[in-house]
Design a binder for this molecule. Structure first.
Ligand code: SAH
Length: 345
């Protein structure tokens, strides 16, 4: 039993079982999810006896800051956290004009195998618990002393491959008795697991779903993303339409631009069609080369031309600003580096 993963009702049940009054759950919930305390002893309105009992029976899930790198360029911070079982995950803290944003991981490793991504090179280790997703945000809030207003689930892992825990995490994160982050300020990014998109749609959440499209034909997509062997682009677009109809929220397309692979004019035209039909915003991500693969990004001119073509076709498009280029801030790079260093000791 992981006390930080419980919602208020579940915590009340637990307290009842321990012979405690219901308000004890309110107190503990507040310590965990508003005060963000890192140990039971900080819960000063709880008796020492109960604190000791909780310590023994329900060890708190707290992530330990193993490393932190801060970009000298833009203040972006990359955190490497150690989980209670000794595994590592990484998270990124970014400052934007509209507020602070944290990018969290949803799994230790990933089994999706996207060719350009560093997070998946060693496969999936395990899913993250709701508390372990939450605590990335809590630990960063405490460490920076700054409020976080936006959360993107775009770090290591495929959130739809860990959907139950993701849903519990979102419930806790958006709880008005917790950090109370608005659903509209949460983005969940998926490589396109159709049943997951359909299931998520049924919950009618206000969050933004981002689809990692990365190619406009099935053939090209299969070369970049093994998941494309399972679901066609047509099936994906149908799922996105359903999601939009159920939730009223438009899907964002993410498109990692890989030089000479998916950045031709023809690609831009096709992408305009796909995005146009769903009224989708397109977020272009110039590929971040990883040393294990020989993909490269196109030059600035080709990126601009691709963007212009989409805009001429009436598509709302942004090029992802590269933050933290000096600190291994993209998917899985810091964790890999730390693990390699560990192995070589
Ligand atoms: N599994 C989810 C979320 C994780 S990755 C997903 O696939 O959407 C977040 C985004 O970064 C995805 O669009 C992913 O394809 C992209 N990405 C991963 N590695 C990248 C790299 N080296 N360069 C550019 N984009 C990358």
């Amino acid at each position: 039993m992981d006390i930080k993963s419980l919602n208020k009702e579940e915590l009340k049940e637990l307290m009842k079982g321990m012979g405690q009054p219901a308000f004890r759950a309110d107190q503990i919930y507040r310590w965990l999810h508003v005060e963000l305390v890192r140990d039971y002893d900080s819960m000063t309105n709880i008796s020492k006896e109960l604190r000791n009992r909780l310590k023994n029976e329900y060890p708190l899930t707290v992530l330990k800051k193993a490393r932190m790198q801060e970009s000298a360029i833009d203040g972006t911070r990359k955190y490497l956290f150690e989980l209670p079982d000794g595994n590592y995950v990484e998270s990124v803290f970014m400052r934007y004009k509209h507020g602070n944003s944290v990018c969290i991981s949803s799994q230790v490793g990933c089994r999706m195998g996207c060719r350009f991504c560093a997070s998946t090179l060693d496969g999936l280790e395990r899913n993250l618990e709701p508390s372990e997703m939450l605590d990335q945000i809590y630990a960063i809030t405490v460490d920076t002393g700054e409020r976080i207003s936006n959360v993107v689930v775009m770090g290591t892992g495929e959130p739809m491959d860990n959907l139950d825990n993701l849903l519990k995490f979102i419930k806790l994160l958006t709880d008005e008795n917790g950090l109370n982050i608005s659903g509209r300020n949460i983005t969940v990014s998926t490589c396109g697991i159709v049943p997951g998109i359909l299931e998520l749609a049924k919950h009618k959440l206000t969050l933004t779903l981002a689809l990692s499209l990365h190619a406009t034909t099935d053939e090209k997509r299969r070369k970049l993303m093994p998941i494309a062997n399972k679901y066609s682009i047509q099936e994906l677009m149908d799922a996105c339409r359903y999601y939009y109809e159920e939730t009223g929220r438009r899907i964002t397309f993410e498109y990692s631009l890989v030089g000479g692979v998916n950045d031709t004019e023809e690609d831009a035209v096709q992408l305009s069609h796909l995005a146009g039909r769903l009224g989708s915003h397109v977020n272009l991500i110039p590929v971040n080369p990883i040393k294990e693969r020989d993909y490269t990004r196109g030059n600035d001119e080709s990126i601009r031309a691709f963007k212009d073509r989409l805009e001429k076709n009436g598509i709302n498009v942004t090029v992802r600003r590269t933050l933290g280029g000096d600190i291994d801030a993209s998917c899985g790079q810091l964790r890999r580096k730390a693990m390699e260093e560990k192995k070589s000791v």
